[in-house]
Design a protein around this ligand. Structure first.
Ligand code: NAD
Length: 408
């Protein structure tokens, strides 16, 4: 049995390495931080002190790292895999990285007699734990055939895509579909909640029809439960769409929807939410609509528990006050977003905290507002003096009048 080296023991890498151990492969492991190394060492893996050492002690080295720079450093940097690998070593990079970089690294490997496959995965943490990942492989076909049993210990749907970089191109396409689907589901569920229809029932109904998908099943449920623990981190999906856009530019494919959702993800990263699960995309759409996606049953239960909420959101037509849109503070989880995560690198986002339940707000359906009338705003935006805020409001007021298209 091949001796396998595994580098990068995060959300994905650790359970994948564990599955190799379970399949009986001798395993050498390395990670930047020590705890996952020690955890796997307790289960039978051998720890190593550097990527170079991993390569020296392995027949096949697998990397599962965040992004292109980390893979370049671990493979081609000082004390890296290429320095320690002897001719005949096979490197399988299972991270999601730039396809051009994957090709460059494969060429560098070839100069040393090392064979490199790009084999990114889809299926998330659950797929990694259950050993049911989809794996899309590019590179030398003979090396792929030799490594197939190793890949089968981690995944089910394993497809050989073609020459070096083809696996990463496939993964970029995958990430476009997943991101745009989460965005579409976010808009659909926010629309339903704001219109007073139970978003849980909407998800259920859609799952049985043409709009049904695995993303609606898994992330739709995450959204309803406000479970934004990663999973797949927003910053990683932001990176993946950057890769897709850069590939699109290189080959001359225009990807306007991908560009849009890339900006959404970037806005969440800028707010310090890069480590939330990508299902948290919905929080932006919720903020724009000033409502929250919650199953009506959950909201009704909360109402019983705490009595009628002050400042409940009036969603939909305003006269109706559907329970789906009631927002009340919860602690230590704020509306399902763990407070610790709300206090990420960029500090807590007031807007997300408010949408998540930290500050109940009364909503005004646009149809109920007079032309030119602005919703009451106390104190104006943060950092803008009150007088300035009022001037700003006046100067923007005409823009809020409905525009009637003229046929003349
Ligand atoms: P992660 O951030 O949880 O894990 C990355 C691991 O790499 C961490 O343990 C980190 O300590 C380690 N690391 C970083 N730099 C290192 C270095 N220089 N040397 C050694 N170790 C280093 O990320 P993840 O969610 O496991 O994702 C890994 C890759 O898989 C990414 O490319 C991601 O896009 C892709 N992916 C993730 C998922 C998912 O659902 N999480 C799904 C499919 C693909």
């Amino acid at each position: 049995m091949e001796r396998i080296g595994f580098i990068g023991l995060g959300v994905m890498g650790k359970p994948m390495a564990r599955n190799l151990l379970k399949a009986g492969y001798p395993l050498v492991v390395y990670n930047r931080s020590r705890p996952p190394v020690e955890e796997l060492a307790a289960e039978g893996a051998e720890p190593a002190g550097s990527p170079r050492e991993v390569a020296q002690r392995s027949d096949v080295v697998i990397t599962m790292l965040p992004d292109t720079p980390e893979v370049e450093q671990v493979l081609a940097g000082p004390d890296g895999v290429f320095e320690g690998g002897r001719p005949g070593l096979i490197v399988i990079d299972m991270s999601t990285i730039d396809p051009m970089a994957a090709r460059r690294l494969a060429a560098q490997a070839t100069e040393r007699g090392i064979v490199m496959l790009d084999a990114p995965v889809s299926g998330g943490e659950i797929g990694a734990i259950q050993g049911t990942l989809s794996i899309m492989v590019g590179g030398d076909a003979a090396a792929f055939r030799r490594c197939l049993p190793i890949l089968q210990a981690m995944g089910r749907n394993i497809v050989y895509m073609g020459e070096s970089g083809a696996g990463q191109v496939t993964k970029a396409a995958n990430q476009v579909v997943v991101a745009l689907t989460i965005a579409a589901i976010s808009e659909a569920l926010v629309l339903a909640a704001k219109a007073g229809v139970d978003p849980a029932k909407v998800r259920q109904a859609l799952l049985g029809g043409f709009a049904g998908s695995r993303v609606l099943e898994v992330h739709g449920q995450r959204i309803l439960e406000r479970n934004f623990r990663p999973g797949f981190r927003i910053r990683l999906h932001h990176k993946d769409l950057r890769i897709a856009l850069s590939l699109g530019r290189a080959v001359g494919a225009s990807l306007p929807l991908t560009a849009l959702v890339h900006e959404w993800l970037g806005a969440l990263v800028a707010r310090g939410h890069g480590d939330l699960d990508h299902a948290a995309l919905v929080t932006l759409v919720e903020e724009w609509a000033q409502t929250q996606v919650r199953p009506q049953a959950a909201v009704a239960a909360r109402d019983q528990e705490g009595g009628p909420a002050d400042g409940r959101l009036a969603a939909g037509g305003g006269a109706q006050r559907p329970a789906a849109a009631v927002v009340r503070p919860r602690s230590p989880e704020v509306g399902g977003v763990p407070e610790a995560l709300l206090r990420g690198a960029g500090g807590p986002s007031r807007s997300l905290a408010a949408v998540a339940g930290g500050r109940p707000r009364r909503q005004h359906h646009p149809a109920l507002q007079r032309p030119g009338h602005l919703p009451q705003q106390r104190g104006g935006p943060p950092g803008v003096p009150r007088g300035e805020a009022e001037r700003t409001q006046r100067s923007f007021a005409p823009g809020l009048r409905p525009i009637t298209p003229s046929l003349a």
